[in-house]
Each structure stands twice: as structure tokens, then as C-alpha cells.
Design a protein around this ligand. Structure first.
Ligand SMILES: Cc1ncc(COP(=O)(O)O)c(C=O)c1O
Length: 416
């Protein structure tokens, strides 16, 4: 018999769909899985034992890896090492050589513990981001910040988008947070609408906006985000804006709220080295906020050495790569245009993107990811994102030769 616990027993990915469709009125529209989830939730609230009995194998309780970039499973499945990974959105220029050299040189320093305050890195970031060093907290990838922050603040109620990056929900579930979803719809090209403000009510402890959003690639202008921030000031809501992909955006000044951290004490901006400097394996991310109390809480919410010496040195070196950043923007823009044009030819519904990935619907090819994997090409099926059905996919923008291979493989598998 299972114990009653704060961690959900059921697969909550269906929730947005379920709650969104006013289920009292539309009960007959619900699919079998959705019924199972409603049943599971009700019984879970009142009796975990009944949950076990009633839904049995229908509701998932197993850990499931839900991100892109799992080349390891792809290799096992295909029996080949030659996987072209379009499922993780990493800079197609690869790790800058300066960063590689910095990591190699730093190996000699690994005999000591890393600097727990990442002093040199934070100083370099302060110059780069034009802010005070005390406004920066670095961690083992942005994902670590997402979890630490949730653990530190223990929000009771939070608002997230659907679909969006899965770790917000995963982190919030660890503290038993009540999650509300703002559903992004295909009719609105998955972009945030004015009615979002109405969702922010008192009692909402935290809200997360991914900008540009993953997986959709849509951006939210900072003129709108100022309205969100003003409203959140009234409701005392902490605002997390995840700008992990902002460095790929052509005109970040229209979208980023990074320069507003001094004006809003409730604002935290998340940034990643992993994507823009192609170093997901090194792991490095940071958060910018003028709220020093939250930075203290972040320090208290986990180990002191989460950023390795190698990652700190890699970050310091990466911040000097100005030319690399310029080249990245030019390449990503050109290749994104190429891919959008080519993907549209297959009859897919392609959503324009501000970032280094493209989101599209290919409802005639629900197994497109599997069809491509058989050709050694890994793309991200988005069917496990809250708020999405099967038939949605995301591909990273890679270099031209890889992108051509993707298009050739698509021609092959779709017989187009
Ligand atoms: C929007 C978003 N935020 C954060 C992360 C986590 O990035 P990191 O590798 O820095 O932990 C990801 C990773 O895919 C992401 O897509």
C-alpha cells in the first residue's frame, strides 16, 4: 500500500487540459486517460490507497526523463554513436576554443574545493551584466537555480505557462505547490495574451515566464512584462523570468527585463551559459536579482560547491567571447530562416521563433521523432509538455550541413 504524500502520485501533464475544459460541462469530451487523472487526483486528495486500487497502471508513477539531449538512450536504441542531436538547443558553433583551453588549464586547480562564492566569475558577470556582484548567484546550470529557489521560497501557489520548460512544474511539485496554468493556445500562436494579468491574484506566491518560451520560441515584450511586474508588486508575487535563450534573440532590448532588476525587488532573471556557449556538460547558470535576501536563501538551500572550479573558469573565459556571440546571432538567424522555409514545405505548421530552436506541428506524422531516430537524427517530441497533444515537435537550429541532413531525412521518412 502506498503512503499519502505531498509528491503527486499521478502524471500531472494532463492537468492543464483537464482543468481548462471546465470538466463539469464537458465530461463526455474527456479521453480515458484524462478521466483517470481526474479520478486519481480526487482519490489522491482523500485516500491514496483508493488511488492505488482504482487507477492501477493507468497513472504514471515512475520517474521519466522529460528533456531533450538524451543522446545516450538514442545511442542505445539505434546501436549507433552517430546521432545528430536536434533535441537540445545548443549553440551550433560549439564550445569556444578559449573556453576549452581555460578548462584544461583549470585542471591543475582541482586539488582544492571550488570558490563557494564564485568571486572571480561573479565579478566578471557583474561587469558583463552591468550590475553589482551581490546581485548575482551562480549555480550548477539554471536548472539547479529553479530547484533551489523553489526549495528556498516554498511557494504555496504558483502560476506557470503551458506549454513551457518542464522543470518549473517538477520543482514546484517537490514542495507540494498548488500550480495554476496559463494555457498558451495554437490559435494565438502560443503567445501570451493580455488576459494573463487577470490571472495574477493575491495569494499567488510565484510566477514563472520563460522568455523566449521553450518549446514554442515565442517572446514576450518587456513593455508587457512591466505590467506583469507592477501587478505582482501589488500581489507580492515573486516573478521568475527565464531568459536562458535571450542571448540568441536578435533584439533583446525589446524583450529582456534584465535591466529592471534594480527597480523590482520581486524580480529574478535566470540566465544560462549552457546554451549560448555550448557547455551543457560543464553546467553553469546564474540568476540576477536585487533581492539580497533571496540570494541568501539560495545559498542556504543547497551545497556550497555546486559550481566546480572547471565551470567557474569556463564561465570567466566565455564572457570574453564577444566575436563568438556576434557570429552566433548571424548563423542562428540565417539557419533558422532556412529551416523554417524548408519545414513549411512539408506542410507542417511552423511557429516563428526568436530563439535557436523551432517549434512545429506535424499532425500527420505523430511518430516523426521515431522515424527520424531510425536515421540517426534526434528531435524533441513535445507531446509530454503540459498543454500539448502529440504531433508537436521542436528542432534545434544547427549548422547548415546538419540542417540539410535533417531536411533530407525528413524527405526520406515522409516520402515528400
Ligand atoms: C528554458 C530553460 N531554462 C532552463 C534550462 C536549464 O538549463 P541548464 O542546462 O542551464 O540547467 C533549460 C534547459 O533546457 C531551458 O530550456
Amino acid at each position: 500500500m502506498i503512503q499519502r504524500q505531498a509528491v503527486p502520485l499521478v502524471d500531472y501533464r494532463y492537468y492543464p487540459k483537464v482543468w481548462h475544459c471546465s470538466w463539469i460541462n464537458k465530461r463526455t469530451d474527456l479521453a480515458r486517460g484524462e478521466w483517470a487523472i481526474i479520478l486519481a487526483d480526487l482519490t489522491h486528495r482523500y485516500n491514496a490507497w483508493a488511488t492505488e486500487l482504482l487507477i492501477g497502471g493507468l497513472a504514471k508513477r515512475m520517474y521519466e526523463y522529460v528533456h531533450g539531449g538524451d543522446i545516450y538512450t538514442a545511442r542505445d536504441l539505434t546501436g549507433t554513436q552517430d546521432i545528430i542531436d536536434f533535441s537540445a538547443n545548443i549553440n551550433p558553433l560549439g564550445l569556444p576554443s578559449g573556453v576549452k583551453n581555460a578548462v584544461k588549464a583549470a585542471l591543475n586547480e582541482c586539488l582544492s574545493y571550488p570558490d563557494p562564492f564564485c568571486r572571480e566569475l561573479a565579478a566578471a558577470l557583474a561587469l558583463y551584466e552591468k550590475t553589482d556582484q551581490e546581485n548575482i548567484y551562480c549555480a550548477n546550470g539554471t536548472s539547479e537555480i529553479i530547484f533551489r529557489l523553489t526549495l528556498a521560497l516554498k511557494p504555496k501557489k504558483a502560476l506557470i505557462l503551458a506549454p513551457t520548460f518542464a522543470d518549473y512544474e517538477k520543482a514546484l511539485r517537490t514542495v507540494g505547490c498548488d500550480i495554476e496554468y496559463y494555457i498558451l493556445t495554437a490559435e494565438n500562436d502560443f503567445s501570451l495574451q493580455q488576459d494573463y494579468i487577470g490571472k495574477i491574484k493575491s495569494g499567488m506566491d510565484m510566477l514563472w515566464i520563460c522568455n523566449p518560451n521553450n518549446p514554442t520560441g515565442q517572446g514576450c515584450k518587456n513593455s508587457f512584462l512591466v505590467k506583469v511586474l507592477e501587478r505582482c508588486r501589488q500581489t507580492k508575487t515573486v516573478v521568475l523570468i527565464d531568459e536562458c535563450f535571450m542571448d540568441f534573440v536578435g533584439q533583446p532590448e525589446i524583450y529582456s527585463v534584465q535591466s529592471l532588476i534594480g527597480s523590482y525587488n520581486n524580480l529574478l532573471v535566470l540566465k544560462a551559459f549552457t546554451k549560448i556557449y555550448a557547455m551543457p556538460g560543464i553546467r553553469l547558470g546564474y540568476v540576477l536579482t536585487s533581492n539580497r535576501r533571496i540570494i541568501e536563501q539560495l545559498r542556504l538551500a543547497g551545497q556550497d560547491w555546486s559550481v566546480s572550479t572547471l565551470a567557474q573558469k569556463a564561465g570567466i573565459s566565455a564572457l570574453n567571447q564577444k566575436e563568438y556571440l556576434q557570429k552566433t546571432k548571424i548563423l542562428v538567424k540565417k539557419e533558422r530562416e532556412y529551416l523554417i522555409k524548408e519545414l513549411t514545405v512539408f506542410g507542417f505548421k511552423v511557429y516563428g521563433s526568436l530563439a535557436n530552436y523551432i517549434f512545429f506541428e506535424a499532425s500527420r506524422y505523430l511518430d516523426l521523432d521515431k522515424m527520424l531516430l531510425a536515421k540517426g537524427i534526434l528531435i524533441r517530441s513535445c507531446s509530454n509538455y503540459a498543454g500539448l497533444n502529440s504531433g508537436y515537435f521542436r528542432v534545434a537550429v544547427r549548422n547548415h550541413s546538419d540542417n540539410q541532413q535533417l531536411i533530407a531525412a525528413l524527405k526520406d521518412v515522409t516520402k515528400y
